[in-house]
Ligand binder design. Structure first.
Ligand code: SR1
Ligand code: MG
Length: 426
């Protein structure tokens, strides 16, 4: 019989008090602990607990989608996949994830390092703060995982084992498939569409060229099992200070196309860029901040590509895909380099498509982003969203125009002049 129950603040304290290591880490007595409910994501409950000696973060999977309530039940086992994901990537990403102290498989609770003064990157971007390390850190993170969990760096049995574990993460994959790849391109009660964007929603449904492009990426997501994905690598899944970056929330883990995480991260920088003029601040600040976001996009892309190649070349010796004995001598090394370059450029082509899909789902789908939602004036919010939709549609329809990060940055500026209607093409 499962011992599962939803923990409130007192329940979290009881749970911590019963674990000698966690209790001693906090120090003092139970009555000395300060427990804060800080949940602000879509799915789970999260508490921060401070004691006289230290702090801890406690996350529990609720049996429903937190922001929707009990009418949307959700398998609590998702946190098992988050624990497995962190354990799997820890050897490659080091301090870029929080330390996990304990996973309780009955209560579906994870106790982790408390990240303070880190804040959710999305909140920092909306506040107009700068995080100079985040682009390079996330590039390093994604490159390490994309290489080391692929057949480039390990025998195929390793990836098969990952697939056997993470292919069971079905409840969250159903959410991703529905919310990213299906709902925005059909009529769904879950979609949230501003009235001014109704023509855009219709255009997304009715454009067959677009539907075909979306279908290609849906198929890639379902079938291209290249490496272990975080699966939800947006600016709400990253906590930052100006000097440190931590990737959190690995519960959407899945073995899939490596470009999915790459595209997701860029998508949220792009949405921050389109939203920026509507967040206040003078014209100089807006221009400077957007320039910094553009530099982040370029740096992230370039750094991911460079680090992928640097990590993959030596790792290939222990991998299945490119055995060292097949690439001996200087000529072999050159050809190996060409194969790896073509592999990483394929990831980046996929990333451009996934980036577009990740933007579209955040603008007309169920789970939208604060970057746009904090824009109180509805016409202004619709304007920012329409420009972002124009940009995203162009990536899907004309992928050959976006082979370099500079192509993305140039397009940002073009679509910033777009009108509200989908027919206002630039
Ligand atoms: C039901 S809401 C689901 C969304 O929240 C998570 O943050 C993921 O982005 C997911 O798509
Ligand atoms: Mg999350």
């Amino acid at each position: 019989m499962s011992q599962y129950r939803v923990l409130d603040a007192a329940g979290v304290s009881d749970w911590l008090a019963a674990d000698p290591r966690l209790r001693d880490g906090l120090g003092g007595a139970r009555a000395d602990w300060r427990v804060r409910d800080v949940a602000d994501g879509n799915l789970n409950s999260v508490f921060l607990i401070d004691g006289p000696h230290g702090g801890v973060c406690v996350k529990q999977a609720l049996p429903y989608v937190r922001v929707a309530g009990e009418s949307w039940p959700l398998d609590v086992d998702r946190v098992r996949f988050e624990a497995a994901y962190f354990a799997r990537v820890a050897p490659f990403v080091g301090k870029l994830i929080p330390t996990v102290y304990r996973f309780d498989p009955e209560l579906r609770v994870l106790a982790m390092e408390k990240l303070e003064p880190h804040i959710i990157l999305r909140k920092g971007l909306i506040a107009g703060d700068r995080y100079p390390k985040v682009a390079a850190d996330v590039a390093e993170y994604v490159a390490q995982v994309a290489v080391h969990t692929s057949d480039l760096a390990a025998p195929f049995e390793t990836r098969a084992k990952d697939i056997s574990i993470f292919s069971q993460n079905l409840a969250l994959q159903r959410i991703s498939v529905d919310l990213v790849f299906l709902d925005p391109f059909t009529v769904s009660e879950r979609n949230k569409i501003l009235p001014a964007l109704a023509p855009w929603a219709a255009a997304l449904r009715d454009d067959l060229d677009l539907q075909c492009a979306v279908a290609r990426f849906r198929i890639a997501y379902l079938t291209k099992a290249q490496s272990l994905l975080h699966g939800d690598l947006h600016s709400g899944s990253i906590m930052s200070t100006p000097g440190e970056t931590k990737v959190i929330d690995g519960e959407f883990a899945w073995v899939g196309p490596s470009g999915f995480d790459v595209g997701n991260f860029i998508a949220h920088l792009v949405m921050a860029w389109f939203a920026k003029p509507f967040h206040g601040g003078d014209a100089r600040h807006v221009a400077d901040y957007r320039e910094a976001l553009e530099a982040d996009i370029v740096e992230f892309w370039r750094r991911f590509r460079a680090r992928f190649l640097e990590i993959a070349a030596p790792a290939a010796a222990s991998g299945e895909a490119l055995p060292a004995s097949h690439f001996a001598g200087a000529g072999g090394a050159r050809r190996l380099g060409e194969l790896l370059t073509s592999y990483v450029d394929d990831i980046l082509r996929d990333a451009v498509g996934f980036l577009a899909l990740k933007m579209i789902r955040r603008i007309v789908g169920f789970a939208q982003v604060a970057d746009f939602l904090v824009i109180a004036d509805e016409t202004a919010q619709a304007t920012a969203k329409a420009r972002a939709l124009g940009f995203a549609r162009s990536l899907l329809i004309e992928p050959k125009a976006y082979l370099q990060p500079g192509d993305l940055v140039a397009a940002l500026k073009r679509f910033d002049a777009a009108g509200l209607a989908p027919s206002d093409r630039v």
